[in-house]
Design a binder for this molecule. Sequence first.
Ligand SMILES: C[C@](O)(CO)[C@H](O)COP(=O)(O)OP(=O)(O)OC[C@H]1O[C@@H](n2ccc(N)nc2=O)[C@H](O)[C@@H]1O
Ligand SMILES: Nc1ncnc2c1ncn2[C@@H]1O[C@H](COP(=O)(O)OP(=O)(O)OP(=O)(O)O)[C@@H](O)[C@H]1O
Length: 290
Amino acid sequence: MPQPLATRAPAKINLTLHVLGRRADGYHDLESLVAFAGTGDDLRLEPGPGLALKIAGPTAAFAGNDADNLVLKAARLLAERVEGLKVGELHLMKRLPVAAGIGGGSSDAAAALRLLARLNNIPLSHPAVREAARLTGADVPVCLEPRARMMRGVGEALDPVLGLPRLFCVLVNPRVPVETPAVFRELGLQAGQVLSGAPHPAMEGASPASLLDRLKVARNDLEAPACRVQPVIREVIGLVEATEGCRLARMSGSGATVFGLYGDCTASAEAAKRIRRERPGWWVKATSLR
Ligand SMILES: C[C@](O)(CO)[C@H](O)COP(=O)(O)OP(=O)(O)OC[C@H]1O[C@@H](n2ccc(N)nc2=O)[C@H](O)[C@@H]1O
Ligand SMILES: Nc1ncnc2c1ncn2[C@@H]1O[C@H](COP(=O)(O)OP(=O)(O)OP(=O)(O)O)[C@@H](O)[C@H]1O
């Protein structure tokens, strides 16, 4: 039986994000533990003669012009590299907040590459798929196979998948978009500058308790500059931190989404309820990470 051509594009969460320095080309060298949430967008592919994209869903209106969508960018980059690539109409159900630090567009693009690779019997390890992912955006390679792992360089160097213990989490976004380049700019590094911070803790073989300890000694170096760009992020962190049973509250990626980690799903569900009550306009999701 052929597999259905549909896939989830889960939210990407940077549990940690250390900036090591700025390269000569202006991009930043990173070390980041990335995990994926149970919540996300959904993408479906109807095989057909030409590439097309239809977007629906609660956050579709914020995803920008269809022609500039990362889904089509990734698909075109793959079509340019694989002769006679079978394509079709991609249907995106957009639920994740946009420009939110949870890689919505990157995960959608990676989902498109997964579906096209499946339709064409191409493995995800194929150089054309890898290259299309890398050229679409820094976060796309890690989203190709959405499982927790360390990401290095500008996102092109991926460690093996980590068998992390399940993490119960709440994601909170104040519905204020934050553009990634503005946050890197606010960090204020010169091209060629190298930083010497505390090294990133190793994450292999962590038990639930030791994982939390290791996460706590790590950090997100984009949190402070993102809070200067969008001060509401401080308020989000404070509100998540104040919920009962919250073990760690930190911003993901370049913001503004903040994740809170809890010991079980009852605590995370209660925390989500409380935040929704206090800030009815915000996007709040209780979910788990893997
Ligand atoms: C912050 C993260 O989300 C962490 O996972 C990523 O590093 C950003 O990934 P992304 O949004 O896919 O980034 P891209 O769309 O490739 O780049 C957007 C802009 O962010 C800056 N950028 C991005 C990645 C990186 N390692 N260094 C950078 O300086 C560059 O100014 C770039 O023009
Ligand atoms: N499929 C898509 N979904 C959301 N945004 C998209 C998409 N395609 C293109 N974009 C554009 O990409 C930009 C970044 O949106 P996205 O939601 O991916 O940001 P993000 O969550 O901050 O990503 P990251 O964490 O990778 O930096 C927005 O300005 C948006 O208009």
